[in-house]
Design a protein around this ligand. Sequence first.
Ligand code: PNS
Length: 164
Amino acid sequence: MNRIGAIYPGTFDPVTNGHLDIIERSSRLFARVIVAILVNPQKETLFSVEERRHLLVRSIPEEISNVEVDVFRGLLVDYARQRQAGIIIRGIRAVSDYEYELQMALMNRRLEPSIETFFMLPAENYSYLSSRLVRELAQNSGSLEGLVPELVAKALEEKYGRTR
Ligand code: PNS
């Protein structure tokens, strides 16, 4: 399996500055980074997969040229095999993330032992940031400044029926 290609998978509903921080850090570590949005019909999301893809593509700085955004269905390891990527990147914020992430990484390892999971820490000012909290803030007119790109803040406000 290719150790140069890395996949950064997630729901990205929507992308936050925490995700973008991990994307930027991984783009400096790996030759190729695929940001992979999971299409999960069982999970209700605020943004459609096309909207999530659009927000991600538009939010990743243009000068980062080794990152692509893609969409996947089914098991992550199957997608990683198909893309010949040997590394899965996950961001860990606090200890509370660890248990779920450990479970997922070990299950993925059982399914495909040649793929390694890399855990990365976002900048500490994003250590409490999540898409869920961002959605909650937006829904209740809380300030999103510094938490998501301007474009995402606008999209959230439009979703919740407010315009700037
Ligand atoms: O942003 P999220 O919601 O924390 O991302 C979770 C994600 C998409 C990485 C995870 O749910 C996933 O990989 N789902 C695909 C199915 C799969 O392979 N599950 C892990 C092994 S059971």
